[in-house]
Write a protein that binds this ligand. Structure first.
Ligand code: AQP
Length: 329
């Protein structure tokens, strides 16, 4: 089976619809047909100032959400990044292959660092650790949202550079980005991506939000001064975003939705979408609660995943260390 790998940061109390529709939904679908490795990127979560207690809690909440959304640990290798030390070890080798200017061109670093008081070196080198996160499993596909495309390019460049200098070691991983849900937008700022760290609370629909809270956010979503419901990303980004989310959650094509809402108002669309979201998130919330009721069991599932992940990661790292000329231990 071809291998897929992806990760998500435990940087919020809940994932949002962008994380689910842009990434996790594909993860769940791909576990049927692929050898799937998915991880919670806790090492990336410390690139900005953080609270240790909160990180521990959010790592478990993230795992519980991934399980509730349909990842099956019997078929999928689900683990926490810091429990597989080979990520950091390969990360160092990859840092030594990356040009300083090359790292400085990462747009996400520019955006994120502009918002921080002090900027850590870890935030700067984060995409290089991300390249190692991926390459250590030698996957063929990486299912992510559009915002990760540039980091994937860097990963491919580093893999190629390693192969050229030290002999073919890494297949070049392909981004797996579904066009329709590649970017879910902030409800308050429909030109910006919905983001755990950058969006205002009103801009994100969290999976673990109370349905009343989500309904209010959807009701207050920024639209436009027209009345007509139509899909037009450039001129009607707010309405188009709502239609995109609606379509992705129900499987009903956008064109059919536009026809359904012919002659109806924005208020009708928002009210119905709030119901669709509540129907989807209700069972997820219940299941998350039940996973969190037994944190010992959850930790056991993650530890077993880390052990499986290490078997693959250790093999890659041994090969890499040998190729760069380190002595065998
Ligand atoms: N708005 C989005 N639309 C589609 N996909 C998205 N993803 C994130 N936002 C959207 C995808 O979700 C996966 C996990 O990403 P993340 O943990 O980086 O989450 P985030 O919400 O993007 O978090 P931050 O705090 O805003 O982090 P940065 O700024 O680093 O992205 C990824 O596959 C992502 O593409």
């Amino acid at each position: 089976k071809p291998r897929v790998l992806s990760g998500i940061q435990p940087t919020a109390d809940s994932f949002h619809l962008g994380n689910y529709l842009g990434a996790v939904r594909q993860w769940v679908a791909l576990q049927e047909t692929h050898d799937a490795f998915y991880f919670i990127a806790d090492m990336h979560a410390i690139t900005v100032e953080h609270d240790p207690k909160l990180l521990r809690k959010r790592t478990r909440v993230s795992a519980a959400q991934l399980l509730a959304l349909g990842l099956d640990p019997a078929r999928t290798t689900l683990f926490v990044q810091s429990q597989v030390p080979e990520h950091a070890e390969l990360g160092w080798v990859m840092q030594c292959l990356t040009g300083f200017g090359e790292a400085g061109r990462m747009t996400q670093f520019k955006d994120k660092s502009a918002k921080q008081g002090t900027v850590s070196v870890g935030l700067f080198t984060y995409p290089i650790l991300q390249a190692a996160d991926i390459l250590v499993y030698r996957p063929e596909f990486v299912p992510v949202g559009e915002d990760q495309r540039q980091h994937l390019e860097l990963t491919r460049d580093l893999a190629q550079r390693f192969n050229t200098r030290f002999g073919k070691t890494f297949p070049l991983p392909e981004p797996y980005i579904l066009k329709d849900t590649a970017k879910i937008f902030d409800l308050q700022e429909p030109q910006a991506k919905m983001s755990k760290s950058a969006s205002s609370p009103g801009g994100i629909v969290e999976l673990l939000d109370d349905p009343k809270v989500s309904a209010k956010k959807i009701r207050s979503a920024v639209t436009d001064a027209e009345r007509e419901i139509r899909y037009d990303v450039e001129n009607k980004p707010g309405i188009s975003n709502l239609l995109g989310i609606y379509s992705a959650l129900t499987g009903r094509p956008v064109d059919a939705l536009v026809a359904d809402y012919d002659g109806k108002g924005y208020g009708d669309l928002k009210k119905d979408l709030a119901e669709v979201v509540a129907e989807f998130t209700g069972p997820v919330r219940d299941q998350v609660k039940s996973y969190l009721d037994d944190p010992a069991e959850l930790d056991k599932t993650l530890a077993a995943g880390a052990q499986r992940a290490r078997e693959v990661a250790a093999g890659t790292l041994a090969r890499v260390y040998d190729r760069v000329g380190f002595l065998k231990g």
